[in-house]
Design a protein around this ligand. Structure first.
Ligand code: EPZ
Length: 419
């Protein structure tokens, strides 16, 4: 099993291009099932999660070609199966996003329940309630959700009790081919949802309000082929900015809209970082030891849960103490005890709050990655720590960070993959 060996204690310095966003590419790839015509997804990151989605589309019978640049071309003309099997859904929860498109276009879908995961229970009840509101008959049996709408879906008013990202995406995709108008209130507002909405509209859908809490979708009889370039990955960008800040470094990121990162940039500035930004770039300089800053995760535009772990690692070496509050997932502090193995002083005050007492320096140790973002928090800690930190189970990182060794090395880090 691959491991990452980091010889820490160097400042990150240099410039990077931000990759395409995993969390936009996955729903957009699922959306290609909404038409029999060819959809070209450009700027798709080369990541294990994207490969899993490509495999799933292939398993359903779509014709998928992964080309240079990186670009994925999907033609879902004749599908041989409408079933997303357990083996694929269990490795990646986002596989559940094929349900909306399959149900909308074929009137039927069978998708394995994703089950729990390392960061919490993560049910799909709101997706199912929404499909039922659109007129689908939903049955759960033997770990699978079976959805049927033999006469097609019908537009409806849906109120989401919680701003679920995946739920909003699944229902938005389903509603594009429903008869009549669908209003989704309480919708998630993440930039990835805006990107998906733009892609659906390029395919002929009539989606409006994406990026606000009220989505309006007017159903159309069919969608058509299109070419869409996936937005830049704000989580990858934020992660490298935090890593640079933790090492008192200086980085410049290209091809990224700073607007998508406002909450993170604000917290980095509060920690003492100097930030400059243009239309599609962000530069950060951390002139000295970061100051500890509280964070509380919130749905967009609040501070993203996907950057909580990395920020905790930076706070671990900051001057002062702070509290980190996680409000989105109930079990997303697994990294705390691993960062403590490097000499940090992080105490869990309960399932959703941690107290971080900043220490002057960290010392290398062997640690283990538990989930995607938690893994990168260990990278941040390893970059700061004196000596050689060995991070085990880095397959988690490969799910969501493209070319991590290359990118870190380009910034001057001493990092290598070992087996
Ligand atoms: C998306 O997950 C992201 N994944 C996650 O990124 C991200 O952490 C999360 O949104 C929150 O921003 C993708 O986009 C592929 P949710 P998703 O539905 O859609 C509860 C990463 O590291 N909930 O917004 O699964 C749920 O349990 C990943 O890249 C219900 O109760 O998240 C959670 O507590 C990890 N019922 C909260 O809502 C439902 O039906 C938010 O989940 C659905 C969700």
């Amino acid at each position: 099993m691959d491991k990452l060996l980091i010889n820490g204690g160097r400042r990150l310095e240099g410039s990077l291009r931000v990759s395409g966003a995993k969390n936009a590419a996955l729903p957009i790839l699922a959306a290609t099932l909404l038409t029999g015509e060819t959809v070209t997804v450009a700027n798709a990151p080369h990541l294990n999660d994207v490969t899993t989605m490509v495999k799933l589309l292939g398993r359903l019978g779509a014709d998928v070609a992964v080309g240079e640049s990186p670009q994925v071309t999907v033609t879902a003309a004749d599908l041989r199966s409408l079933k997303a099997p357990y083996e694929l859904v269990k490795t990646m929860r986002a596989s559940f996003l094929v349900m909306g498109p399959l149900l909308a276009r074929f009137g039927e879908a069978e998708v394995s329940l994703p089950g729990g995961c390392a960061i919490g229970a993560r049910p799909v009840d709101l997706h199912l309630k929404g499909f039922a509101a659109l007129g689908a008959d939903i049955q759960v049996a033997d770990g699978y959700v079976q959805a049927k709408a033999p006469r097609g879906l019908k537009g409806a008013r849906i109120k989401l009790d919680l701003a679920t990202v995946g739920g909003t995406e699944n229902l938005m995709m389903a509603a594009t081919l429903a008869e009549g108008e669908t209003i989704i209130d309480g919708a998630a507002r993440e930039p990835e949802i805006v990107d998906l909405g733009n892609c659906l509209n390029a395919m002929g859908a009539r989606v409006s309000g994406h990026g606000t809490a009220r989505l309006r979708i007017v159903g159309v009889p069919a969608l058509h082929g299109a070419k869409h370039a996936v937005m830049a990955d704000r989580v990858e960008a934020g992660t490298y900015l935090i890593a640079a800040a933790a090492t008192r470094g200086r980085v410049r990121l290209r091809d990224i809209d700073p607007g998508a990162l406002s909450a993170v940039l604000e917290r980095l500035q509060a920690a003492g970082a100097e930030i400059e930004a243009g239309a599609d770039w962000i530069a950060l300089n951390m002139p000295g030891r970061p100051g500890a800053v509280d964070i509380e995760t919130r749905p967009y535009p609040g501070f993203p849960t996907d950057m909580q772990a990395q920020f905790m690692a930076m706070n671990a070496v900051a001057e002062g103490s702070c509290r980190i509050t996680e409000t989105i997932f109930e079990n997303r502090f697994m990294h705390a005890q691993e960062i403590n193995r490097l000499g940090a002083d992080i105490r869990l005050l309960g399932p959703s709050q941690a107290l971080v007492n900043g220490v002057e320096s960290l010392k290398a140790a062997r640690v283990m990655a538990t989930d995607l973002r938690a893994s990168f928090s260990l990278v941040v800690a390893g970059l700061v720590a004196e000596g050689e930190t060995l991070i085990d189970r880095i397959y988690h990182i490969d799910r969501g960070y493209e070319m991590i060794e290359e990118k870190l090395s380009a910034l001057g880090a001493d990092v290598q993959r070992v087996s």
